[in-house]
Write a protein that binds this ligand. Structure first.
Ligand SMILES: O=P(O)(O)OC[C@H]1O[C@H](O)[C@H](O)[C@@H](O)[C@@H]1O
Length: 638
């Protein structure tokens, strides 16, 4: 206990040092101040070693690592040449300078006036420019020549990346440093898809063996369920799966499931099986999910990182009731399994810990599809070997992202272009437009990954941002979107578009050309209609062309977007890996729930809310006076 307490104190001390040194503008003052602080630092470590009990053996080497790293950091302050360091300490140091205060940011601001003099129509005639804005990796082709950028813009964006220490931040992520500083965690979703022989350390421990232990357990369990050696309480095979989860425990797996459903290999492998997702707390979602399913042949997977999320826990209790009322309470152990980082709560809920699949706090919810969160339900549906290909696809992009120079690095380029559009050209939204119905759930998933990650108002150091970070993501598969919101994109607001094309469709159908001679005749447009039929153009877009869409390519697409979003956050200097706004929402919702309960059960009046909320709650309570105050055991049904 004393060790942990003192260790936290030391952590806090270093945080203080880094922030206070960073606050000084003069380099000479920095050096003098750092000298003084390093002396004090020595004193603190002396006290730590002499008067406190030794730290536990397992933590001792990591403590020594920290100590040596910190000594190195203090020494580094004396170097006038340091700018970016992979040490988290320097993240504090340089993040205290907002990116918007740097010369490359100001240079890009000034550059906008030059770009405003250009038109995409003309930029597109410069073949050399266009060629320089096309690249390929592993069959994936990126063309960003339709962005409102010149070669000069792109080079200025690389200079901005340097000022933001992008390379060092990417390395810090892969090295398992605690870049999610407000939650004091590493960010290692890349470890979830690493090959068995890779070493990725978090807090001095290689996490890859743990990852593979769970993957092997999933392979074994999903094989048993699929081949009928794991059966339900009445001896019947479990051919249906309902995965309960919300947010990151839902959107990613749903996106991958939708992408694979019509892929020939995956759909063959899923033959006779069904996978559904239950997310919404609205009982309508329960009714839809259990409709046509028999508890005898259904396996329920409860997916929750925390195992406390109100919606998921309510739905889990409802489906536990669905199973036990039909098959008896003892059936739960055969029909319910769980995925969580909180195995204690899983057991408390009544799920056998042997049937729980772990993941770790260094996996953010919205980055968890490659953990058991996605891999378990998807392997039950498609077989582990198909899902392993999905992991391999994501891994190929991880390697590309980590090792490719920025000029040819797809996620880096995409991230920098987003920064250009949002922070310099002032286009805050982005449309994600995949030309395949199989990517129907890509935009909803990316909405969470992007908007929950980068929708922040302060820098990673807690300084209020003088610019708006984050972007508004939305989308729909083409051609559906064309018949819906493309009008606004053509002639209304400017919304940069990601066009995602798939060369070889999952379900190819080739029709004869249907163009009619009438369409080819020139139109005699009436003069009053001419302004309505005029398109000013100059609207940025980019094209990402994938050779096909199978499990491997789906993994690649996922990782491209995940890393692109991280790049944006790294440049803006924010923490893309926490979500305090959502946490606030959760606690506000819990106040409302408590109030509704107290009003219904004890007739308490609505108190402690503002006028509007009080009015709405009172009105709702009056209008729903027939709702029983005691929980009902009736299950929703269609
Ligand atoms: O997986 P859980 O712990 O149930 O959390 C589900 C979701 O809860 C919140 O909405 C978080 O902001 C999401 O990031 C998370 O994915």
């Amino acid at each position: 206990m004393a060790y942990y307490l003192s260790s936290s104190l030391v952590e806090w001390w270093f945080h203080l040092i880094s922030r206070s040194v960073a606050a000084l503008s003069s380099p000479i003052l920095k050096v003098l101040y750092a000298t003084l602080l390093s002396r004090l630092n020595g004193l603190i470590h002396g006290i730590f070693f002499q008067f406190l009990p030794p730290p536990p053996v397992s933590n001792f080497s990591s403590y020594l690592d920290t100590l040596s790293a910190q000594t190195h950091q203090i020494a580094n302050i004396f170097s006038p040449f340091h700018h970016c360091s992979s040490q988290p300490f320097f993240n504090h140091l340089q993040m205290a300078t907002l990116i918007s205060d740097t010369a490359p940011w100001k240079d890009l601001k000034a550059h906008v006036a030059e770009i405003d003099k250009t038109h995409l129509r003309d930029l597109m005639t410069d073949t050399d420019r266009c060629k320089s804005m096309m690249l390929e990796f592993d069959g994936i082709f990126l063309d960003y020549s339709r962005q409102r950028t010149t070669v000069d813009t792109v080079s200025k964006l690389f200079t901005l990346a340097e000022a933001a220490c992008l390379k060092e931040k990417i390395n810090s992520m892969f090295n398992g440093e605690h870049i999610n500083s407000t939650e004091n965690r590493s960010v290692l979703h890349v470890a979830l898809r690493a090959s068995k022989d890779t070493v990725i350390n978090s807090d001095g421990k290689n996490v890859v063996p743990d990852v593979w232990q769970v993957l092997d357990k999933i392979r074994e369990f999903s094989d048993k369920v699929r081949n009928g050696s794991w059966v339900g309480a009445t001896g019947k095979a479990l051919t249906n799966v309902i995965a309960i989860g919300i947010g990151g425990s839902f959107l990613g797996p749903l996106f991958v499931h939708t992408a694979l459903q019509t892929d020939p290999e995956a759909s063959k492998s899923a033959g006779g099986r069904q996978l559904r997702f239950l997310a919404n707390v609205d009982p309508v979602d329960v009714a839809r999910n259990i409709s046509g399913f028999d508890p005898e042949t259904t396996l329920v997977v409860v997916v929750s990182k925390t195992f406390t999320t109100a919606e998921t826990m309510l739905n889990a209790r409802t489906l536990r009731e669905w199973i036990s009322s039909a098959l008896g309470p003892q059936a739960v152990s055969k029909h319910m399994v769980a995925v969580s980082t909180n195995l204690k709560l899983v057991e408390k809920f009544g799920i056998d810990p042997n049937n729980a699949f772990a993941f770790w706090d260094w996996v953010g919810g919205r980055y968890s599809v490659c953990s058991a969160v996605g891999v378990l339900p998807l392997s039950l549906q498609y077989g582990f070997s198909v899902i392993e290909k999905f992991l391999k696809g994501a891994r190929s992009i991880d390697q590309h992202f980590q090792s490719t120079p920025f000029e040819n690095n797809i996620p880096v380029l995409l991230g920098l272009l987003s920064i250009w559009n949002v922070s310099f050209l002032g286009y805050p939204a982005r449309a994600i437009l995949p030309y395949t119905q199989a990517l129907e759930k890509l935009a909803p998933h990316i909405q969470q990954v992007s908007m929950e990650s980068n929708g922040k108002g302060v820098s990673i150091d807690g300084v209020r941002l003088p610019f708006e970070a984050g972007e508004i993501d939305f989308g729909e598969p083409g051609t559906n979107g064309q018949h819906s919101f493309y009008q606004l994109i053509h002639q209304g607001r400017v919304i940069p578009c990601d066009f995602i094309g798939i060369v070889k469709s999952q379900q190819p159908v080739y029709l004869r050309d249907e163009v009619t001679p009438e369409q080819l005749q020139s139109e005699n447009v009436a003069s009053h209609l001419i302004p309505h039929k005029t398109f000013s153009g100059n609207r940025p877009s980019l094209s990402l062309l994938l050779p096909s869409l199978d499990a491997y390519r789906t993994g690649q697409l996922l990782a491209i977007y995940e890393h692109r979003i991280a790049v944006e956050g790294f440049i803006w200097g924010i923490n893309s890996f926490d979500q305090w706004g959502v946490e606030l929402g959760k606690s506000l919702a819990s106040h409302v729930r408590k109030q509704l309960h107290a009003s219904r059960k004890k007739g308490e009046s609505v108190e402690g809310f503002n006028f509007s909320t009080t009015k709405l709650l009172t009105r709702y309570l009056e209008a729903s006076a027939d709702v029983p105050s005691e929980p009902t055991t009736l299950l929703p049904k269609i």
